[in-house]
Design a binder for this molecule. Structure first.
Ligand SMILES: Cc1cc2nc3c(=O)[nH]c(=O)nc-3n(C[C@H](O)[C@H](O)[C@H](O)COP(=O)(O)OP(=O)(O)OC[C@H]3O[C@@H](n4cnc5c(N)ncnc54)[C@H](O)[C@@H]3O)c2cc1C
Ligand code: SF4
Ligand code: SF4
Length: 439
């Protein structure tokens, strides 16, 4: 472990480099503030960089994310650190903060890595690829995905056998197994929490068979199959690599369901499922797509039209509560559901089922702060202390929240929320400089 004793100074610390954190960092830097943007992952971009297209415009998600990501990387006032977390954040009497920053070793010197992937080719170890949500494998020496930022290799030390093949293959000698954890202190004037969300774990609803039936996948696994950085060149069902021709979606998997501890609506599942259904109609013109839903929440601008467009393309919407999924010998799946329009229990067969999993708050965020309490709301999202007048304010003066860290929301709302957080943070920085803050 290395301890760098010198304290680094920034105007703002932004925790989480998804679309919300990235946008907040850019806004603050564009008005002259020095920003430290950190993400615990190997790459910036959060979930958005992994998506296919976005509702309701069907614009390419990566085409919107990558220019922002490169603007962040090039900005002279933004320092971006991946594999990095903050802890022990303390607010001082003058309203500023200090924090301990910890960067995990990547075992690759990013600045010297050309992204040539020769280490990947040489590495003999195959493990599940978390960036493709387990649909394919990756090596222990790997680049997360082609548009990752930084586009640099990393060594998955948990699975590495230390055979040295990657080191021998690397033309720039940038693999370094002596790298250790780096820790250093920073001082900053404001903190933006943009830690986003996690996905509902569908194994918590065993009757849907996720993890037991290969052809039951999550919406994020379908998202990856439809994305430009997809694992296969088409959509395949996992059990036998067959192109599916009859796909079912089960909406509200882990949303609006008190029995699994997620009482609220995830806001995006109806629309992302409708988006995926339209993309599937384009990718697999002969396929039948059925969405089983309880209520369709098409509340945003153009959303209802987007829903109507899917129906006119032939996507079938069935108002029905799916009780159980069972598997046939050929890998096909039987959905047993109550058809709400007729009140009858019905069974249908599909060759693939997509669970439209909900959004959950990330855990452990309150523990980042030491002498102040970052309060959560009743749903465990970061509490907005003044949601009507100033939705980015939290229970700690000078700490602001952006994106899904405060509530489920889509990308445009995450960007708006980042705008609110960065403008409040810039104002707080200005107030500190004229010493108007009482904490
Ligand atoms: C399957 C699916 C499809 C979707 N499709 C669409 C769509 O078509 N259109 C649309 O508008 N929305 C869509 N969404 C919603 C969209 O993904 C979110 O609105 C958006 O990603 C929210 O961005 P965020 O930055 O708040 O969170 P995230 O994308 O979750 O980013 C948070 C970042 O914080 C990092 N982080 C977390 N904790 C810490 C920590 N302690 N320290 C450091 N870093 C941390 C994470 O690694 C991550 O990079 C979809 C969502 C899903 C699940
Ligand atoms: S040293 Fe580890 S990462 Fe490198 S090639 Fe061998 S197994 Fe792969
Ligand atoms: S670590 Fe070396 S071999 Fe691997 S991508 Fe980077 S430069 Fe290429």
């Amino acid at each position: 472990m290395q301890d760098n004793n010198k304290v680094k100074e920034y105007d703002a610390l932004v925790i989480g480099a998804g679309i919300a954190g990235g946008e907040a960092a850019l806004n603050l830097a564009n008005v002259g503030n020095r920003v430290l943007l950190i993400d615990k992952d190997l790459t910036v971009g959060g979930k958005m960089i992994m998506l296919s297209k976005v509702f309701p415009t069907l614009d390419c998600s990566a085409c919107i994310t990558t220019p922002k990501v490169s603007e962040i990387a090039r900005h002279s006032l933004i320092t971006t650190l991946t594999s990095t977390e903050a802890s022990d954040i303390v607010q001082k009497d003058n309203g500023t903060f200090e924090a301990l920053i910890t960067t995990q070793p990547r075992y690759v010197h990013i600045e010297d890595c050309t992204g040539c992937q020769l280490c990947e080719e040489a590495c003999p170890v195959n493990v599940e690829d978390e960036y493709q949500y387990g649909l394919v494998g990756r090596k222990a020496a790997f680049i997360p995905f082609s548009i990752a930022s930084p586009r640099a290799a990393a060594i998955d030390i948990e699975n590495c056998t230390l055979c040295g093949a990657c080191e021998r293959a690397c033309p720039t000698n940038c693999i370094d197994f002596t790298q250790t954890v780096e820790k250093f202190m920073i001082e900053c004037k404001t903190v933006i929490v943009a830690t986003g969300f996690q996905l509902f774990d569908p194994t918590l609803i065993p009757r849907y068979g996720y993890g037991r039936f290969k052809n039951v996948i999550t919406s994020m696994q379908m998202e990856r199959q439809l994305a430009p950085t997809r694992p296969f060149n088409t959509v395949l069902r996992p059990s036998d690599g067959k192109i599916p021709d009859n796909i079912a979606y089960v909406l509200c998997t882990g949303s609006r369901d008190k029995t699994v501890g997620t009482p609220i609506c995830s806001q995006v599942c109806c629309m992302y499922s409708t988006k995926q259904a339209q993309l599937l109609m384009g990718a697999l013109p002969m396929a039948d797509i059925t969405l089983y839903f309880l209520h369709i929440r098409a509340f945003g601008k153009g959303f209802n039209e987007f829903y109507a467009q899917a129906q006119s393309m032939g996507v079938e919407y069935v108002k029905g509560k799916v009780a159980k999924i069972t598997e046939k010998e050929d890998g096909n799946l039987i959905l047993r559901y109550e058809d709400i329009s007729t009140g009858k229990v019905t069974e249908t067969e599909h060759d693939m089922v997509v669970l439209s999993v909900g959004i959950l708050p990330n855990q452990g965020i309150t523990g980042l702060f030491k002498n102040r309490k970052l309060e959560l709301d009743q749903f465990n999202y970061i509490s907005q202390s003044n949601p009507l007048e100033s939705p980015a304010t939290t229970s700690i003066k000078g700490v602001f929240v952006a994106g899904v860290a405060s509530a489920p929301m889509d990308i445009p709302d995450s960007i708006l929320s980042a705008g609110a957080a960065s403008s409040e943070a810039a104002n707080y920085i200005r107030q500190l400089s004229v010493k108007q803050v009482e904490v």
